[in-house]
Design a protein around this ligand. Structure first.
Ligand code: FMN
Length: 170
C-alpha cells in the first residue's frame, strides 16, 4: 500500500510538515510518496491520502481547494486525512475558526481525521503586501510548528492503517 502525502504550500513550511509526515510514516514501515498538489493528477494510484494546505486569510490555498473538488469522487473511495497549517504563536483559542472549507470537506470526504497545526512565518520570505497585512494583524514571526504533535498524529494514522489492512485480510 502506498500512502500519498500531498500538500499546498506558499512559503515552504507546510511542505516541510508534509515531508516530516512522510519521514515518520517511513520509519513506521509504511510506503509513502510526497508530492506538491499541483503535480498530482493520479490520486487513484494511492490506497490512502494525507492532504494538507497552508491557511491564508482563513482559507486553504486555492490550488488545494480546487484539487480536492477536482478529485472528490476518488477521494471518497479512499481513507483520507486532512491537515491545515497556519496559526502563529503557541496558543489556539477554543473559538479559533477552522479554515473555511473544512466543514464542507468533512461532509463530502468523511476524512478519518483532520488537524490544524501551528505554522511558521519568516518575514524575509514574504511579499511586500503580505508584510503590510501581517503588520496590521500583529502576527508573530517565528517557527511554531509542533513536531511532537505532528508525529503523534502520524503514529495514530499508521495504527489506523495497520488495523484497516488486517481487517481487509479477513
Ligand atoms: C498574508 C498571510 C495571511 C495569513 N493568514 C492566516 C490565517 O488566516 N489563519 C492562519 O491560521 N494563519 C494565517 N497565516 C499564517 C500561515 O498560514 C503560516 O505562516 C503558514 O505556516 C504558512 O505556510 P506555508 O509556509 O506553507 O505557506 C497567514 C500568513 C500570511 C503571510
Amino acid at each position: 500500500m502506498t500512502i500519498l502525502i500531498t500538500y499546498a504550500s506558499k512559503h515552504g513550511s507546510t511542505r516541510e510538515i508534509a515531508e516530516r509526515i512522510a519521514k515518520t510514516l517511513l520509519e513506521l514501515g509504511k510506503q509513502v510518496e510526497t508530492r506538491s498538489m499541483d503535480t498530482v493528477w493520479d490520486p487513484e494510484k494511492y490506497e490512502a491520502l494525507i492532504i494538507g494546505s497552508a491557511i491564508y486569510y482563513g482559507s486553504w490555498l486555492k490550488v488545494a481547494t480546487e484539487w480536492v473538488h477536482r478529485h472528490q469522487t476518488i477521494l471518497t473511495t479512499r481513507p483520507v486525512w486532512l491537515f491545515s497549517s497556519g496559526p502563529l504563536g503557541t496558543e489556539v483559542k477554543d473559538d479559533e475558526p477552522q479554515p473555511k472549507e473544512i466543514a464542507e470537506f468533512q461532509k463530502a470526504l468523511k476524512p478519518r481525521d483532520q488537524r490544524i497545526f501551528f505554522g511558521a512565518l519568516d518575514h524575509s520570505r514574504l511579499s511586500f503586501a503580505e508584510r503590510i497585512m501581517l503588520k496590521a494583524v500583529r502576527a508573530p514571526e517565528g517557527d511554531f510548528r509542533d513536531w511532537a504533535a505532528i508525529d503523534a498524529w502520524v503514529a495514530s494514522i499508521a495504527r489506523d492503517l495497520t488495523v484497516s489492512s488486517k481487517e481487509s485480510l479477513v
